[in-house]
Write a new protein. Structure first.
Length: 74
């Protein structure tokens, strides 16, 4: 597993996510379609359980941010 490449890809993804959020709102279908499709690319690129778990955490964080933006408290 090339962890350096993996974390570089995650850094690029986070930067791209910030750009996307300047273009579309967090609660838009377009943003979440982008999130799912791009995380899936990284998921398929790195066949390692821990790498996949990091991606699950990122997705969960995105969902939590969406809920907070809508005033939902867990």
């Amino acid at each position: 597993m090339d962890w350096e490449a993996y974390f570089k890809d995650l850094q690029k993804w986070m930067a791209a996510s910030n750009v996307m959020l300047t273009r579309v709102p967090l609660d838009s279908e377009k943003y979440f379609e982008w999130v799912v499709s791009t995380l899936d690319i990284i998921y398929n690129r790195y066949d390692h359980e821990l790498a996949h778990r990091f991606l699950y955490c990122i997705m969960e964080f995105q969902e939590d941010m969406l809920e907070k933006s809508k005033g939902v408290v867990r």
